[in-house]
Design a protein around this ligand. Structure first.
Ligand SMILES: CC(C)(COP(=O)(O)OP(=O)(O)OC[C@H]1O[C@@H](n2cnc3c(N)ncnc32)[C@H](O)[C@@H]1OP(=O)(O)O)[C@@H](O)C(=O)NCCC(=O)NCCS
Length: 171
């Protein structure tokens, strides 16, 4: 398996993969593939951080990290959002997602990013070092409880989120 930057000629295959993957998710609203198509046209999109996993000439996974800002009293703090990540269902539980995250985080570190946020399944993302973002003092804008475990954060540089208090807006 190789992990490489997504190219425009991959978009149709990736669209079908995202659709098929999210049919297996209880949290899906069925819009993830269209969301990714729209995301590629936004300023927040970072081509170097849109990766695909390829095996035997076919795409078996995709991951995207894009630009966001934590809104703090001292101004915006630059970070990334991980969304979406999908694996072709016949490749589930074979380490594809783990390998894509490792590659994406290494590239992100190389580009100077220090933190990643996401909304997702806590039990899954804890395996990769994510913890609920409220533990750092960063809250999802819709989280009135200030204790949502589904809004999660990962420091790419140890201590990056120390002293960062604010809110993050993730769709
Ligand atoms: C979630 C998803 C990306 C995982 O991909 P994957 O390639 O099967 O994951 P991996 O094989 O790398 O598994 C990594 C770890 O997570 C675990 N895991 C895999 N799928 C999981 C799930 N749905 N829930 C909880 N843990 C899961 C694996 O057992 C493994 O744990 P281990 O390291 O302790 O053995 C894939 O199931 C998928 O595309 N699902 C549909 C789309 C989706 O839900 N995306 C995430 C949105 S939040």
């Amino acid at each position: 398996m190789i992990i490489r930057e997504e190219q425009p000629f991959d978009y149709a295959e990736v669209y079908e993969l995202v659709k098929a993957a999210f049919e297996h998710s209880s949290h899906s609203d069925g819009t993830e593939a269209d969301y990714l198509n729209a995301l590629r046209n936004k300023d927040a999109f970072i081509p170097e951080l849109s990766l695909v996993a390829e095996h035997a000439g076919q795409i078996v996974g995709q991951i995207v990290l894009y630009n966001t800002c934590v809104t703090t009293q001292d101004g915006p703090f630059a970070a990334l959002v991980l969304s979406p990540i999908s694996v072709r269902p016949d490749y589930f539980r074979r380490g594809v997602a783990s390998a894509m995250m490792k590659s994406a985080f290494e590239i992100a570190q190389g580009l100077g990013y220090t933190a990643v946020f996401l909304c997702g399944e806590p039990d899954f993302y804890r395996k990769f070092g994510f913890i609920p973002s409220f533990e750092y003092g960063v809250y999802h804008i819709s989280d009135e409880t200030k204790s949502a475990d589904w809004c999660m954060a990962l420091e790419l540089s140890p201590g990056a989120l120390k002293g960062i208090q604010g809110s993050v807006d993730i769709v």
